[in-house]
Write a protein that binds this ligand. Structure first.
Ligand code: SAM
Ligand code: SF4
Length: 267
């Protein structure tokens, strides 16, 4: 699908839940976000319908994210159904890794190709602090299991924060090299401040000119841009019309998103 600026939109990120078992400081407020009503969250059948329709229209890459995708009940069923859709050449998940030890083998069996694991520090105390209570060992165990079962290529996502963990970048590169996984350094973004379009050294976010993404929130809104409040409801328009409209409304460049927290959009 081409958008109005000639960009080829072939990547769909699906937030399967807005719930999470961590509380990362840069992702959600301390008190969490207002919980959606159960009925407002798309069922798996609805998500599968959007994914099928998106693939029919030209999406080739799908990523499951959240919230934490592994906290949604029966997530393996969703992975299995999406993996069966012909035409997806890259099916990935972004996870905080805390439940991967338990899930990695079944995710692989269900047809997931690969995982990105979010990990911002290799120090117990810092990890606990940034996630407001997380246990580093859970992620390390999860990462090892993902490697063992071959959810490759695996990437570690590290949000780099000035005066907090920037001194660990080299150590993270070494750690990843020893494990044989890649690293992706992410600039900490503030959705509620105007997007800065500066040149930076980070792997993500990609520049607006190259953006090939659509995002689906857990409550069924397609967001053509992370840094925008434009949302199109798949329930109101139906999947096909909603996808076409989202692509047609994709702004040339992001500005600001006031209405959502990152945990609701999936990064
Ligand atoms: N819970 C999963 C996880 O943490 O990987 C998936 C959802 S999380 C919202 C997806 C990605 O967004 C993570 O890699 C996280 O580090 C990143 N993220 C969250 N808030 C961010 C922010 N303010 N700036 C940059 N990246 C952010
Ligand atoms: Fe949860 Fe991921 Fe957000 Fe951390 S970054 S609070 S793990 S959704």
């Amino acid at each position: 699908m081409k958008d109005s600026f000639g960009r080829n939109i072939n990547y769909l990120r699906i937030a399967v839940t807005d719930l999470c078992n961590l509380r990362c400081r840069y992702c959600m407020p301390k008190e969490g976000v207002e919980l959606k009503r159960h009925d407002d969250i798309l069922s798996y059948e609805e998500i599968i319908e959007v994914a099928k329709c998106a693939v029919k229209l030209g999406i080739k890459k799908v990523r499951l994210t959240g919230g934490e995708p592994l906290v949604r009940a029966n997530i393996l069923y969703l992975v299995e159904q999406i993996a069966k859709i012909p035409g997806i050449n890259d099916l990935a998940m972004t996870t905080n890794g805390t439940l991967l030890k338990q899930y990695a083998a079944d995710l692989k069996k269900a047809g997931l190709h690969r995982v990105n694991v979010s990990l911002d520090s290799l120090r117990d105390d810092r990890y606990y602090q940034i996630t407001r209570g997380g246990n580093l060992k859970d992620v390390q165990d999860g990462l090892e299991e993902a490697i063992r079962v071959g959810l490759q290529p695996i990437k570690i996502n590290m949000v780099v924060i000035a005066d907090f963990n920037e001194d660990e970048v080299n150590q993270m590169i070494k750690f990843a090299r020893i494990l044989g996984v890649k690293t992706q350094f992410i600039k900490k973004m503030d959705l509620h401040l105007p997007k800065t379009h500066d040149h930076h050294i980070f792997d993500r976010p990609p520049k607006c000119n190259d953006c090939n993404r659509l995002r689906l929130t857990a409550d069924g809104k397609l967001k053509p841009c992370l840094f925008s409040d434009i949302e199109i409801s798949v329930r109101e328009l139906g999947a096909e019309e909603a996808i076409k409209k989202a692509v047609s409304l994709k702004p040339q460049a992001g500005t600001v998103c006031n209405e959502r927290e990152m945990v609701e959009i999936g990064g």
